[in-house]
Design a protein around this ligand. Sequence first.
Ligand code: GDP
Ligand code: MG
Length: 301
Amino acid sequence: DRTQAAKAGIQIQRHGSCIDHDPCAVPFDSGQTGLGKSTMVNTLFASHLVDSRGRLDVDDPIPQTTAIEETQHSIVENGVRLKLNIIDTPGYGDQINNDGYQYADYSIHADLQIKDQYSGYLRKELTAQRDRHIADTRVHCCLFFINPTGHGLKPLDITVLRKLSEVVNVVPVIAKADSLTLEERELFKERIRAELQQHAIKLFPFDTEELDAEEIQLNERIRTMIPFAVIGSEKTVVIDGKPVRGRKTRWATINVEDERHCEFVYLRNFLTRTHLQDLIETTSLMHYEAFRAKQLTALKE
Ligand code: GDP
Ligand code: MG
């Protein structure tokens, strides 16, 4: 029985030294094949792309993701150049690959991959000299792709969401939102928020004492919007004579950047503008710190 939902992620991180103003974003993306994860990550960052190693090219066909694929890019946002690593992984409920590696098992333990990355960083921290620059390989954000069934989350989603949210900033999105009407989307979003609350799953953004009233209000607005209902596209369509990222459906032409069509723009602003710094800091100060404390305590015992 295949799970109906999937997860994916985006992480954002900064290079080791605190005088470095060049944050590095590392999206982590995984979920059931065909949910539009690769397309979404491509759509999110393509318009701001200035340099790429690996595939994030508008014209390249997207191969079905059968192995973990890591690519490096540079984007410019607000005049700031960001390094962006994207980790695109196959989802749970997927097939076995050539090596007989079970993605289903792998993805249920997706939190282990994040912990692996923390381990590597911790090792470097413990051995590196103080002034040595440590490349920040930690995952700053994990996008979790929910299948647009309109019904709700699967028990497996709850399990994976719980595990992931304990180790990384998780941002849930409803994939392929064009398959739901606006009313269905709103109902689905409400249902998912109720389920998250019922299962006591606490997601990013978190309010801290350092936040001012405006930031707390902004976080509250984000919480009423999560999960973002998004539509992705690797194609350009022409609307009112202008080329835009979009999709042609039986009823209409969708502009993914039109706020009346989906919440793509809100997600992008959230990830690359309003909460970029918070994603980086929360990873370091909350998730990684908790991991580090546990590891170091275990070492002493
Ligand atoms: P992945 O396996 O989750 O990485 O999915 P892909 O990004 O490879 O997309 C799978 C298929 O879904 C492709 O044919 C995409 O063109 C299509 N697709 C991606 N995003 C959307 C979307 O928002 N709406 C619709 N209707 N189709 C989409
Ligand atoms: Mg893919």
